[in-house]
Design a binder for this molecule. Structure first.
Ligand SMILES: N[C@@H](CCC(=O)N[C@@H](CS)C(=O)NCC(=O)O)C(=O)O
Length: 292
């Protein structure tokens, strides 16, 4: 790869070599399946194919919140999709999500299965299906959706922009890190100002907007992302910190964070979830109040 100072883009881009950096092995410029393999199907109405990344965790928190509210129809099997091994490119996964990214959900409760992909779409689908965690009044509903879509549009600057260049790129490029650090700090300030005037993002109700934003910006505020807490001075965003602590106090949030998780303390990992009892006594301490 040319040094950034002596690189001139060719007339037509061609895929000559992996770009380098973390995850370069799964990046390719074409879509579609790479191999034939069907997805497993469990006994519950909802089949989730995912991994415990920020986008995956949004859905497992949502499902655990629905179950905590008594919606038994939200029982789910959470299957592990190892994106580093290319599981997202199997023919079965591509049939559920042609974009080959986790999370993907298959709702098998009706006469024919409904596929749902894109984490924001999954949250909205589940909120509407169960009539929960999305206000019914037009003003409250719209404000929740404003923040849900804010998250979907903003997080790629945090993950694909800042996180990529700060933590994953093979070389440290000052221009790129500066550009995305500036944007992420601006986003944290947007979010902090909103939480200065409102308990939750859409108002006094806890909604799918909070669930969507927490794994990304709550995780950043709590120092879980990219080893960048000090670099971004995340402690300065006091209202974000207050909100993130309130989120972490919710048992369903703590349960959701464990599902399909493959990194960190083994007692906080539930690699697959097929039953409420899968959160066994080994993990009870975390559910009762432990944090990471
Ligand atoms: N906009 C999508 C983004 C999903 C996404 O980027 N998923 C990542 C993990 S967090 C993934 O599956 N990456 C695998 C790949 O890029 O091949 C959503 O919110 O669902």
């Amino acid at each position: 790869m040319a040094d950034s100072s002596d690189y001139t883009p060719s007339k037509v881009w061609t895929w000559t070599a992996p770009s380098g950096g973390t995850f370069a092995n799964i990046n390719r410029p074409i879509a579609g399946p790479t191999h034939d393999k069907q997805l497993p199907v469990g006994r519950h109405p909802l089949q989730l194919y995912s991994l415990g990344t920020p986008n995956g965790v949004k859905v497992t928190i949502m499902l655990e919140e629905l179950l905590a509210l008594g919606h038994t129809g939200a029982e789910y099997d959470a299957w592990l999709i190892k994106i580093g091994d290319g599981d997202q490119f199997s023919s079965g996964f591509v049939a559920v999500n042609p974009n080959s990214k986790i999370p993907a959900l298959l709702d098998r409760s009706g006469p024919s299965p409904i596929r749902v992909f894109e984490s924001g779409s999954i949250l909205l689908y589940l909120a509407e299906k169960f009539g929960a965690l999305l206000p019914e009044d037009i003003a409250g509903r719209t404000e929740a959706l404003n923040w849900l879509f804010w998250q979907m549009g903003s997080a790629p600057y945090l993950g694909g922009g800042f996180g990529h260049f700060y933590a994953y790129a093979p070389t440290k490029i000052e221009y790129a890190i500066d550009r995305f650090a500036m944007e992420v700090k601006r986003q944290l300030d947007v979010f902090d100002r909103r939480l200065a005037e409102s308990e939750y993002l859409s108002g006094s109700d806890y909604t799918i907007a909070d669930i969507a934003v927490f794994p990304w910006y709550g995780g950043l505020a709590k120092g879980w992302s990219y080893g960048a807490a000090e670099f971004l001075s995340v402690q300065d965003y006091k209202h974000v910190q207050r909100w993130a602590d309130a989120m972490l106090a919710r048992p369903a949030v703590r349960r959701g964070r464990m599902v399909n998780r493959v990194t960190g303390d083994p007692s906080e990992q539930l690699r697959e979830r097929h039953d409420a009892n899968d959160f066994d006594t080994r993990t009870q301490d975390n559910l009762d109040g432990g944090q990471s």
